[in-house]
Structure formats: C-alpha cells, structure tokens
Design a protein around this ligand. Structure first.
Ligand code: F0G
Length: 333
C-alpha cells in the first residue's frame, strides 16, 4: 500500500492510499486468484488450463501453469493486445490463439470448450479465483489496522469488486471490523454496461455490442459478474462510476508524476474517478480512501509512448547537454 501525500494535498482529502497490484509476480492482481486456481487444477488432476483474457489473466495463468507443469491455452481478442501482456503469455509457453472478435466472444468460446473435461477453466467464473483475490481485502485491513471508508476499483468482468466485497464482509462477520467500505466500481465510459444499469436504477445490464477504450484490460461489454457488482455498490452505499479515456490517461500521468506509481490505463481508472469525484464534492474531505491500481504500467508501454514527447537527441558534449536543460533545472538557493 502506498500513501499518496501529494494527491491528498492536491485533492483536499485526508487519506489516500494506492494498493499497488503491479508488484505481484506477473504485474497484476490476477496472481492472487491464479495461485489458488492453478492449485485447484492440480488437485483435480487437470492437464490443460484455459482462459479468455484481455491480457492480465492470461499472463498470470501462463506463468502459474508453467510452474505447475500444466499446458495452457489462452484465447485473446485479435485486436488491441497490450504488448507487455502478449510477451508474458508467449515466454511462459502458453498456446495463444487470437480470436477475430472481442473478449466477450473469447469468453463464450472457452465456456463452451471447457465443457470438455480435458480443459480446466480459469476465468473468474471459477470460484477459487475470487477466493484468492479477496485476500487483498484482508491485507488492506492488516495494513491500515481497519477497513477504509471508500474502496475505488476498476470494473471489467466485475470479478475483483465482488472478491473484495466478500473479503470485507468476512472481516465484519469475524467481528474484526464494524463497517464495510463504500464499494465504488469504475468502468471506462466506452465499455460501461454496469455503470449504465447503476445510474438507471436498473436490476439488469444491457450488454454492449461494441466497446472501445484505451484501457484494454476492461474493454468488456457483457461482464460475467455484473449482478453481484451492482449489489456490492448498492448494498454498501457505494456506486458504479465511469470515466473517459482522456480522464484515464490524465490520471495515469498524474499518478506517475505526483506519486511515482506507474499504472496501466485500467489501473489508473480509479484515480481518474477519484480526481473527478473529489472535484464534484462526492468524496467527504475527512475520508480514508483506498484505490486499487490493478496492473503495472509496463504492461502497456505503447499507450505512454504514443502521447508523451520523445527524448531530445544531444551531442556527447557537456555544452550540448546543458543547453537542452536550461528550461528544466531549478536554480539552487
Ligand atoms: N484492471 C486490470 C489491469 C485488469 O486486467 C482487469 C481485468 C480489471 C482491472 C478488471 O477486473 O474483470 O475482475 O472486473 N482483466 C481481465 C483479463 C478481464 O482478462 O485480464 P475484473
């Protein structure tokens, strides 16, 4: 957990923390669930694991399957593949098939294929994945000495928000805490069926056929766990929000330049929502807020390189270096 003192001052909020899931073995929160899921695959004698993925699930499944000596098959959308994630799945030796369609098509396919007992399905429909992911809620409790007032978390297939909610409910059941945080899920506006159902007060989502967002990890139009995600938000006094790609990229820069934390776009979505919500007065100033930064920025370097100015080329001479620094260096007083 990283305390964000600069953001606290910028936004006028008492306590802001980032739970940085980029520090997990394959660089995202998926490892928490995958270590449990792959252990269960071994327990039932599976030989081949399978998943659909926008990127991180497959990187994690490929790594844990490699360690366990299992074959691994992953189906990914053929477009919008983040480079870091693709290289991970390939180096760990997974069989990667790029499906001419989106994540939702990939998921339908693996659900059908895994009816064959030779394949062990490890998407978040697999309950053991969420059992692993909920441990992050325990860690937050341990690290803060209590649960926060608000938890802000990106929502794609909607498994992780459900896992955290379960973790917090268990802490309450055990009498370790009296409250459950307001669970605030954040979708990218271009892939936001749960957000739309939330603001319409509807009990059902309308799956989105065409989805588009720079946050490719959460580019999902028909999330599996939507029902429990809506309940998590409603029953805890939280909400489901949405942010634009511009807001996500801005937040990614702010988090990196103000706090030294490099998030992939989906992982920056909670920060984008926090900035917006703080400005709109939706977050009480004396709140203790935890944002879940779900994946490392190096997963998707292209997004940054596409929009940030490239380095200036200089001669290998002191004068040439200093000339180009005149606008940057601060005079010592
Ligand atoms: N953040 C990142 C970095 C992700 O990779 C994902 C999901 C989410 C947030 C959303 O989590 O689906 O539990 O609501 N990535 C999946 C994948 C879909 O295939 O890697 P969720």
């Amino acid at each position: 957990m990283i305390r964000c003192g600069n953001l606290e001052r910028d936004l006028g909020i008492r306590e802001i923390y980032v739970k940085y899931e980029g520090d997990n073995p394959t660089g995202s929160f998926k490892d928490r669930g995958m270590t449990v899921g792959v252990t269960k695959a071994l327990e039932v004698g599976a030989k081949t694991t399978i998943c659909a993925s926008t990127g991180n699930t497959r990187s994690s499944l490929a790594a844990y399957s490699a360690k366990a000596g299992l074959d691994c098959v992953v189906l990914v959308p053929s477009h919008k593949i983040a480079l870091g994630k693709l290289s991970q799945a390939l180096i760990h030796g997974a069989k990667v098939l790029a499906v001419k369609g989106g994540f939702d098509d990939c998921l339908s396919l693996v659900k059908e294929i895994s009816k064959d007992p030779r394949f062990y399905l490890l998407n978040s429909i697999n309950p053991f994945r969420l059992e692993g992911q909920k441990t992050a809620a325990y860690e937050i409790y341990e690290q803060l000495g209590d649960v926060p007032d608000k938890l802000i978390i990106p929502v794609g297939n909607a498994g992780n928000i459900v896992a955290y909610w379960k973790g917090f409910r268990e802490l309450k059941l055990l009498g370790l805490t009296e409250k459950i945080p307001n669970m605030i899920g954040v979708q990218a506006l271009g892939a936001s069926p749960v957000y739309k159902a939330f603001i319409e007060g509807s009990d059902k989502i309308k799956p989105m056929e065409s989805v588009e967002t720079v946050a490719t990890a959460i580019r999902i139009g028909n999330p599996v766990n939507w029902k429990r995600a809506l309940r998590a938000a409603r029953e805890t006094g939280g909400m489901i929000g949405a942010v634009t790609d511009e807001e996500i990229l801005w937040a990614q820069s702010i988090l990196a330049s103000r706090e030294g934390v490099f998030a992939e776009p989906a992982g920056a979505a909670p920060i984008a929502f926090l900035i917006k919500a703080a400005r709109e007065g939706l977050i009480e100033p004396d709140s203790r807020v935890v944002c879940i930064v779900t994946g490392h920025g190096l997963k998707d370097p292209d997004v940054v390189l596409r929009r940030i100015e490239k380095p200036v080329e200089v001669e290998p001479e002191v004068d040439s270096v200093l000339e180009n620094l005149s606008a940057t260096i601060t005079e010592q007083t």
